[in-house]
Design a protein around this ligand. Structure first.
Ligand code: UD1
Length: 359
């Protein structure tokens, strides 16, 4: 059989790497090609992740770059259609919820190619998030829906997805984390930071960073943490555009970090503040308190049994929650079922040999 594996943006790379790796031992019998859409293209957003995760050069790079949602999605579709027509794969495998995920899923399905979605069934129920639209569209056209937890299975069942399409395999992003954590943990920290003596901040959601007054409000609120410890703040290119000049002196602004340096940073931190999706899951596995600056999450399991607290982006609420974590920590979380480092092996097993018993 022939498989096209798709990755486009930073949070895709750690999800696709273990799937590629799990396919490796079948490479004499099956063809596997990696397609990079080029949605993210800077070395710090893409190449550094390929290097850190040991992902080989993509077989195809669509080079779509940045644009409005419609234009970016359209560019991926046009370019990916040509690749599909040339390669005629049996399966297209997409991961996560970025524009590239949805664009490639729809394109493949319209050509009659089967689609598998890794990280299916997550729902924030917030249609103002482009990722929620991407998740719904991708799941609607996928033939196999690989899920990370029982809540995702439930979401899909409620939407009428037949049981035989749903396959609870665990979390490939956690496969990458477990593979690399020991190496990452011992990498040098950015200057001035000591293990357990600093916090981490990441922000890139349009709702938090596209309006300067909202971004300034969040950074002002984070000062309550910066008063007592340095706050490492790797700045996403989207966030860099409107960053205020006068931030707290203990807020340590830095370029985006590669996969290993960032994982090491989080693993050594006392707390994390973020609006990312994936970091909510990584902190749950690492047992690090996480405050999520969003009104909701598509990953409620990280709050229910993990170390995540959803606090929104209102400065007063952020201050209150941050002070509580500084005082009490976030309690002891548990690691969700099947987040055990073997999700990608299960996925490849299903793709090659058919559906196992559900659950
Ligand atoms: C995208 C994903 C988001 C994911 C995030 C992780 C969608 C809808 N959004 O958001 O789900 O959490 O990636 O980073 O797919 N830019 C660069 N260099 C790059 C890439 C982007 O400078 O390599 C800048 C450009 O100015 C671009 C902006 O960042 O316009 C936003 O990039 P884009 O890919 O459109 O969305 P993200 O905000 O990164």
């Amino acid at each position: 059989m022939k498989f096209l594996l798709v990755a486009g943006a930073r949070p895709n790379f750690m999800k696709i790497a273990p799937v590629l790796e799990a396919f490796r031992r079948y490479r004499d019998a099956h063809e596997v090609r990696l397609v990079h859409t080029g949605q993210h293209y800077d070395a710090k957003m893409s190449d550094d992740f390929f290097r850190d995760l040991g992902i080989p050069e993509p077989d195809v790079n669509l080079g779509v770059g940045s644009a409005s949602h419609a234009e970016q999605t359209a560019r991926v579709m046009v370019a990916f259609e040509r690749v599909c027509l040339r390669e005629m794969p049996d399966w297209v495998v997409v991961v996560g919820d970025v524009n590239s995920t949805m664009a490639c899923a729809i394109t493949a399905k319209k050509l009659g190619i089967r689609v598998a979605h890794v990280e299916a069934g997550l729902r924030s129920r917030d249609m103002s998030m482009p990722e929620e639209i991407n998740r719904l569209c991708t799941d609607a056209v996928s033939d196999l829906l690989f899920t990370t937890d029982e809540m995702a299975n439930e979401n899909l069942r409620r939407e009428g997805v037949p049981e035989e399409k749903i396959c609870f395999v665990g979390n490939t992003m956690i496969d990458s984390l477990l593979k690399h954590i020991e190496r990452a943990r011992w990498l040098p920290l950015p200057e001035g930071l000591t293990p357990g003596g600093f916090a981490v901040l990441t922000l890139h959601r349009p709702a938090n960073v596209d309006r300067p007054e909202v971004l300034a409000g969040i950074l002002g609120a984070v000062s309550v943490v910066a008063e007592s410890m340095p706050v490492a703040f790797p700045v996403h290119p989207r966030t860099a555009r409107d960053l205020p000049q006068d931030v707290h002196r203990n807020l340590r602004l830095m370029q985006p970090l590669g996969y290993l340096r960032f994982l090491g940073l989080v693993a050594n931190s006392r707390m994390v503040m973020t609006d990312s999706g994936g970091i909510q899951e990584e902190t749950t596995v690492l047992g690090i308190p996480c405050l999520t600056f969003r009104p909701n999450t598509e990953r409620p399991i990280t709050c229910e049994i993990g170390t995540n607290i959803v606090v929104g982006n209102e400065p007063g609420r952020i201050r209150e929650a941050a002070l509580a974590v500084l005082r009490d920590g976030a309690g002891k979380g548990r690691i969700p079922e099947k987040w055990d480092g073997h999700a990608a092996e299960r996925i490849v097993e299903v793709l090659l040999n058919g559906h196992p018993v559900s659950g």
